[in-house]
Design a protein around this ligand. Sequence first.
Ligand SMILES: Cc1ncc(COP(=O)(O)O)c(C=O)c1O
Length: 434
Amino acid sequence: MRSYAKSIALYERTKKALAGGVSSNVRYAATPVPLFFERGEGARLYDVDGNVHIDYVLGNGPAILGHAPKPVIDAVAASLAEGQVFAAQHPRETELAERLVRLLPSSEVVRFATSGTEAVLMAFRLARAFTGRDKILKFEGHYHGWSDQAFVSTKPSLNEAGPADAPVPVAGSPGMPASVLDDVVVCGWNDLDLLAAAFERNKNEIAAVIMEPVMVNGGPIEPAPGYLDGVRELCRRNGALFICDEVITGFRAGLRGAQGRYGVNADLSIYAKAVAAGFPLAMVGGRRDVMDTLLDKGVMHGGTYNGNVQSMAAAIAALDVLEANDGAVYRELERRGTRLMQGLAELAKKHKQAVKVQGLPAIFQVFFTEGAPPRNYRESAACDKDKALAFHTALQEEGIRTNQNAKWFLSIAHDDAIIDETLAAADRAMATLQ
Ligand SMILES: Cc1ncc(COP(=O)(O)O)c(C=O)c1O
């Protein structure tokens, strides 16, 4: 048995000074306690007890180049002496913005922020100012940050969530004013009829439809063929903006994110996480006429750390790697991730476990289910979570770190040798599940 004695002691000590012992609630979920890592390098993390983990959590997505990627670290180190924040412009902002608009077809202009949560709030404000409407339609199981406006029906209990064809908005946290729910319409995902009906029920009231174009937080589940195009068209017909929250899929589902992968263009898009390979950077990109409301209508967006020197340097260096040879690293991620997904599916068969290994090669999940592949939040929620947790725990014992749902993020530091090592460990972990 691996020992976590030092992490446990440090967690007990930390709780006395740091509320709850963590800086983000999602970190509570770790077993036996939120672990303390001393350092990360490539695909591996090293914890305070001396345990080595092959890491498939990757900071929940940002570390697309692995931990401490040399080109990014070198670029950030070189920028440190220039200063950090000027409450003014820095030439790297220009350079990065120009690269991003060249790369991302639906982003005619971009605006930088620091976290995905804030960037979502900015997109909501832009959509409301542009359309003159207040309601935002979001999908059950989709996560768009922890703000009052967005943290609705992200992981609702099915007792509270209402009927599948017209879910009721469920606040995700105590402390959220009930009034925010008045402006949120919740819809089941991956079903155009449900969306059309929601538009009918809220005629001329919906400013924007926001979604994770691949539902990762409640999945990962890919959009059904034609679904994204259908949503795009329903938004157009109903005068609502289509917002793609690519905080996870951006620079992970491919060089041009999920929109590039599925050939759809949103009105507004949100990127964060992988774009700066681990440094804090988020952005909203979109149609020029919508983004112009910042200046034309005086739509307010601020943020002390927006466009800070180090995040700009990190993103430029990350893009140098991600863009090289028209995104060659993504072809490699696809190949390795597909190998890992298939390997896990074969191991499940060998150990007589009913699973669906589902998602994209760079972000997938092992769903324990006898049923069909889940297509939306309710089907995903019906899969066997206890089994997934048992698999996660057995993997951790074997030195493989996934999140609690047995969700896997991949980085380009996960080479074939590491995947071989992972599959051998997963074989032993699966054997414990009988
Ligand atoms: C799809 C999606 N949107 C928004 C966010 C919020 O981003 P942040 O944690 O940077 O505030 C997340 C975070 O996991 C996310 O997965």
